[in-house]
Design a binder for this molecule. Structure first.
Ligand SMILES: C[S@@+](CC[C@H](N)C(=O)[O-])C[C@H]1O[C@@H](n2cnc3c(N)ncnc32)[C@H](O)[C@@H]1O
Length: 245
């Protein structure tokens, strides 16, 4: 995000200089704000592409100035912006630090994780970054003999998951940074995080997880640590990876 903001700021300075020179030579041709916003977006997206940022960052860079312009044009009360900011802040919390935003996994993933739970005996499972609690609730409902924990840092998803889990005795939803938890307590550890989080997760798993337990990661691999098993999910491109400890 710092990189994206630095690019936008750099392009603002570049545009200010370019338009100043333009108006100096051709004072009657003042640019429309829409043109300025479009040039801002296109240049920022091109720089993001050039330095190798992910596709979704180019799209954000491209549309951000136009969205700002549109937001100014509709003249909403300040309270609307404050409300939107609060919801985003409570929903995404420390994403700028963790590099792991919220996006949910799907029921196909939940069923595959369920199949990896030890059969025929009570067990303990944890979802690192449990979001709105979809996976945790699914496992708790389908395996009432297992104790299922969700660890979530962001307040709003955590609160939502707590409300959704009311009445389920085998669910434990904690608002906590998973780095502070001991993974040795669990038979199955599930993570749907981001590439940035995987090296540290693997070091933690190696130090703490018990022999016989399994680490699962949906979509994201651990660099230089091939998975013991790759699970294909019906109708989905991304895989579920398993490392047996
Ligand atoms: C990609 S979402 C996955 C949500 C959920 N596990 C699922 O499968 O639907 C990742 C979640 O991890 C949370 N998260 C990121 N870093 C975390 C940390 N260090 N401790 C706890 N939660 C974290 C984010 O707030 C986000 O809700």
């Amino acid at each position: 995000m710092t990189q994206a903001l630095a690019i936008q700021a750099g392009v603002v300075l570049f545009q200010a200089l370019a338009w100043w020179l333009w108006l100096h030579w051709w004072p009657s041709a003042s640019p429309a704000l829409g043109v300025v916003a479009l040039v801002q977006g296109v240049l920022s997206a091109m720089i993001s592409f050039w330095i190798g940022m992910a596709l979704w960052w180019w799209l954000i860079q491209l549309t951000f100035p136009l969205v700002v312009l549109a937001a100014v044009a509709v003249h909403w009360p300040v309270a609307v912006y404050a409300g939107l900011f609060s919801v985003l802040w409570l929903g995404y919390w420390h994403t700028f630090r963790t590099q792991v935003p919220y996006y949910p996994s799907s029921p196909a993933v939940w069923r595959a994780v369920q199949d990896c739970l030890p059969a025929g005996r009570p067990c303990r499972a944890i979802d690192l970054g449990s979001g709105l609690g979809g996976l945790v609730l699914h496992l708790a409902r389908t395996r009432s003999d297992c104790r299922v924990t969700g660890a979530e840092l962001a307040p709003l998803p955590w609160l939502t998951s707590r409300l959704r889990a009311m009445g389920l005795p085998n669910v434990f939803l904690r608002r906590v940074d998973y780095h502070s938890l001991d993974l040795g307590e669990y038979d199955l550890v599930f993570a749907y995080l981001s590439p940035a989080a995987m090296p540290a997760l693997w070091r933690k798993a190696q130090q703490e997880m018990r022999p016989g337990s399994v680490l699962l990661s949906y979509e994201f691999v651990i660099p230089d640590q091939p998975a013991d098993r790759q699970i294909h999910l019906p109708g989905m491109h991304s895989l579920l990876y398993a490392w047996y400890i």
